[in-house]
Every structure is written in C-alpha cells, then in structure tokens.
Design a binder for this molecule. Sequence first.
Ligand SMILES: [Zn+2]
Length: 403
Amino acid sequence: MKRFGRRRLLSAGAAAAVTPPLRALAFGSPVQSSGVKPQPLDLKDYQPKSMLHVTESRVEKPRFPVIDVHTHLGFVAKSQNGIPVGEDMSYIWPPERLLPVMDRKNIRVAVNLTGGAGKGLEESIRRYDKAHPGRFLTFVEPRYDRATEPGYPKFQADQLASARQAGAKGLKVLKILGLYLRENAADGPLVKVDDKRFDLMWETAGALEMPVAIHISDPEAFFLPIDRFNERFEELSNHPDWSFHGRDYPGNRELLEARNRVFARHPRTQFITLHVGNDAEDLAYVSECMDRFPNMHVELGARIGELGRQPRTARKFFDKYQDRIMFGTDAVPEGYETPQQVFEDQLYEIYYRFLETEDEYFDYAPAPVPPQGRWRVYGLGLPEAILRKVYYENAARLLKVRI
Ligand SMILES: [Zn+2]
C-alpha cells in the first residue's frame, strides 16, 4: 500500500498534485510544518503513550487458585564474588505482610526458593512454612562456598538429606553455577554446570523427590556487547553487572547444553527450569529440550515480556507443554529496582491479564518504561483447562501439595 502510493507520487503527472509536506516526506527530507523544532531527548526520558484504542481488562483475581513457584522472601546475608557465604539469612518482609497480597490475589502457596542452607534454612522454614502451614514452601540452596573443598559431593548430599528432614521441599540452583562459581574464589576458571562434583547432589535430589528449581544462563542479550544494537541496552546500562559479555564467560547456548547434559545424566530428578527454560527468546530451542528431556519443566518468572511479544508462538508452546508449565513470578518484596519482579498486587494482575485475556499491547511490568526492553505484550487468552494446570495443578503434583 505504502509502496504503491510512493510510486504514484514519483510518476510525472502525480507529483505536481502532491502537497508540499507529503512530497517532502516521500523524498525523506525533514519537514517542520508547525514550525516547532523538536528538542533532543534522552532515551531515558522517552515515555511514549500508546495511541491505540484497544480493550483494557483488569484481572484482579485469577480464574483458579495459584501456586507461585518462584519467589524470594529471604537471602543468604553474606556473599563474596557473587557466592553466598555461610548460613546467616536476611529477610525483607515477614509473612504477615506477604499474606494480605497473597489473599487478595488468590495465591494459595508461595514457594520461597532462596531458603538458604543449614541453620539458615531451618530458620526460613520456621519463619514462613511452620508459622503459616500450607501457605509457604521453602527450597534449600547448595553450599557453593564449600564446593571447592575435598569431600564436597558427600557433604552436599548430606546437606540435602538434612534439609529434607527439616522440611525443605526442593533444591534451588541460582545462575551462580556456570557464571560466578570459580575454582579459586575470584580468579580461577569457572566451574562447569555439568561438573561431576555435583552429580551426587542431582542424584540425591531425585532420590529424595525434591524437584530442582534451576536457573542457568541468562537472557541472550546479556551475552552481547552493551551497544546500540542491544535490545536490552537500557536494562544493561542500569545493571552493567548483569552483562556476561567478554572475559571468560561461555555463551548462552554452551551453558544450556551443559545443563542439558545434567538432565540426561539424572533422568529420575525433576528439574523446574526457571524463566521459561532460560531461553524464552527461543521457544523452538526450549521445545526441543522439552522433547528430549521428560524430566524438564518450565516456569514463567520475569519472562512474560518475552512470551507476550510472540503470543502466537507462546500460545502453541502452552498448548503443547501444558502439563509441564508452572506459574511463577520471581517476585521479591520491595524489588523496586526490577519492576518486573516486585511483589505487589499490580504485578500479579499483569500475569493474570497476560494468561487469561486477549488484550493487546500492554505493559509487562508496572513501570513507566518497560524495564527489560522497549516493547509491549499481547495476552494469550488461555482456555480454562490449561489455566488450571498452569496456575496450580502442575506445581501441586510435582511439589506434592493439595490445593
Ligand atoms: Zn529468581
């Protein structure tokens, strides 16, 4: 249509009939018809308002009760070179402050993935799971700070068994493995994701029926230079430490393939791959992995920005893997620095809107500028049968809880 019009403009007789601004536009020269010269604008100040007139739904409550399999309610207090050290924990909100949000948004269970280890884990379980039975579940974390010590495989397997005894529901593996953990604190080579010293840990998790929530690698753009071609330029400029470009970092695919070798070696262990298998940009690849590994499941946390900009592909993904997709947000109380993860009503409403409605072109995070890239998303309008599975059934089955 546009090309036809342009060709017509360029033909001899028609050109004379064109009004000056339109002709100027057609030939690409600047036009200031109003006489107002636009001022230069910093990218960070640009907050365009969409002029689309489309349906805007507010989904205050989900169609079914929810298990959020990906929250962070506490953290190991000390860390060195990105590695948690010791057992001391710090917490952001007490359960009494989380529960009103959960009740308003019909979140029956919040899974606290970063429950720590040892005494810290016991404290997390006492503070959340035991104080409010049925509302919180806690995962244990590996003692990465001991990983280079002799005897680690046995030590870590024993840690897992006592965590199970203490009430931990699963094991959480942060992206520390593959991107931060080094042989010798800050300087040694990176420990590989499929390093054999963790084999006993993966195997024990399977034997104890503790699912492993695993985050390996990061968005594809985090492995590219932070330049004008990077679609997450603003996000990486705000958090330059999130970049894994250069140095001795492996590529995204190399990390995920090492992860896949772990899945292949431990078929009895169930893996919940966080952030849509950590490659929501490439659902074809995630599908390939899901087909190869029946012990692989996915969770959605902080990735509706990716899923929602490819709604047709995402919808097919949900159809095909509806029994292995779980609801999760990566929510952190007061996580204002990462609005796509802030534990509050508005965040949950965006997830519900994305999954349940066919609304078009809306924000994937409660923020004036889309924080993970300047685009907006489209709802999937999932049918009830799939919503029920994603909201709670799949997680309830894996975590062995009743809703
Ligand atoms: Zn997380």
